[in-house]
Design a protein around this ligand. Structure first.
Ligand code: ACO
Length: 320
């Protein structure tokens, strides 16, 4: 089985910026409460003309351009999302059509909530190996604001909209490991299509407890499988749900806090989009460069957890 590396990243921010003070005008909350409990200062919500699909398309286009890979070179598309406009066609199929990506390739969505993008990387790796393809497009996109009860202060302050994407390339050798898991439960639940409007329900305390076990567990397993330590890793990109969760894990692991990227202060929790959005910022701000080693870790609804250890690469001109 060939390994994969990331050769391009992209993201799309939703247009409406909603600050904690904006939310404090409509629910009984405060900037102080939200900031100290979560690290979130503001989040982006879709404007009238935006949705999960428009954000996914923009992020995908940016990723292709940063990878210097043409749409027709893509050999599979996998999209992590829980908030697409349609149950079918999948988000990945809509992006395929709009970008003019070829037809005889696997194209599908993955529902693993906030772990969806990382599950997507592993699914894409499997598909590229089974089809003999070279380049995959992996997306995480969400329009969570439409699933929020804006009168429920327990949830409406936490989430945001956005999309991130990356282009992966198969490589001989290299470094790649993954850890995927799930434990069925209703701690985070969103109804499917039906008479009632779908909204996010969450047992925040239970999810917090789960997260501070799941992240170190993923990081430990990746270190063991890859036969490396966190010292050998250049950056760790965790799901951006809550800065206290990441801080708790850093303390538990006695890790270097500078390696754990955070951007939830500006975007809140964007579920499947959070890791690829943070990854794009890590790459674009040169906190990680070609040849660097990354660990990406997600956790969320399902309950699910996922981690990958991989490298940033450059387009390999001789393949594809
Ligand atoms: N403003 C003010 N007060 C609030 C707010 C708010 N926005 N939200 C809750 N409170 C109140 C509660 O009502 C409660 O009041 P009470 O004591 O009078 O009942 C009090 O604050 C404490 O509430 P807790 O739930 O105990 O607060 P906690 O410190 O646990 O923080 C939080 C809550 C931020 C949700 C935290 O539990 C958390 O981050 N959990 C993890 C969530 C997560 O990671 N989700 C990721 C997955 S999501 C996905 O997969 C789609």
């Amino acid at each position: 089985m060939k390994n994969i590396e990331i050769i391009g990243t992209g993201m799309a921010k939703a247009k409406r910026c909603i600050t904690n003070d904006d939310l404090a005008k409509t629910v009984d909350t405060s900037d102080e409460w939200i900031t100290t409990r979560t690290g979130i200062k503001e989040r982006r919500f879709c404007s009238e003309e935006e949705d999960a699909y428009t954000l996914a398309y923009e992020a995908a286009r940016n990723a292709l351009s940063s990878a210097n890979v043409k749409a027709e070179e893509i050999d599979c598309i996998v999209c992590g999302t829980i908030s697409g406009e349609y149950v079918t066609p999948s988000m990945a199929c809509l992006v395929q059509k709009e970008l003019g990506i070829k037809e005889d390739i696997p194209v599908l969505d993955v529902n693993a909530a906030c772990s969806g993008f990382i599950y997507g990387l592993e699914v894409a790796r499997g598909l590229l190996n089974s089809t003999g393809g070279s380049y995959g497009l992996v997306i995480g996109c969400e329009h969570l604001s439409k699933l929020l009860d804006m009168e429920d202060r327990n949830t409406c302050v936490l989430f945001g909209d956005g999309a991130g994407a990356c282009v992966i390339q198969t490589v001989e050798g290299g470094l790649y490991q993954s850890v995927l898991g799930a434990r069925g439960g209703y701690e985070i639940a969103v109804e499917g299509p039906g008479k009632e409007r779908s909204i996010i329900h969450m047992d925040g305390k239970a999810v917090f407890k789960f997260a501070v076990e799941a992240i170190p567990k993923c990081l430990h397993e990746l270190q063991k499988k890859g036969n490396i330590t966190l010292d050998d890793v250049d950056m760790v990109v965790c799901h951006q749900a809550n800065s206290r969760i990441i801080d708790h894990c850093i303390r538990k692991l006695h890790a270097d806090a500078g390696k754990f990227y955070k951007n939830m202060d500006r975007f809140g929790n964007t579920s499947a989009a959070s890791v690829p959005m943070a990854l794009d910022e890590v790459v674009k701000t040169k906190k990680a460069k070609v040849g660097d080693t990354l660990m990406l870790v997600g956790f969320g609804g399902g309950l699910t957890w996922a981690g990958v250890l991989l490298r940033i690469g450059e387009k390999h001109e001789t393949i594809g």
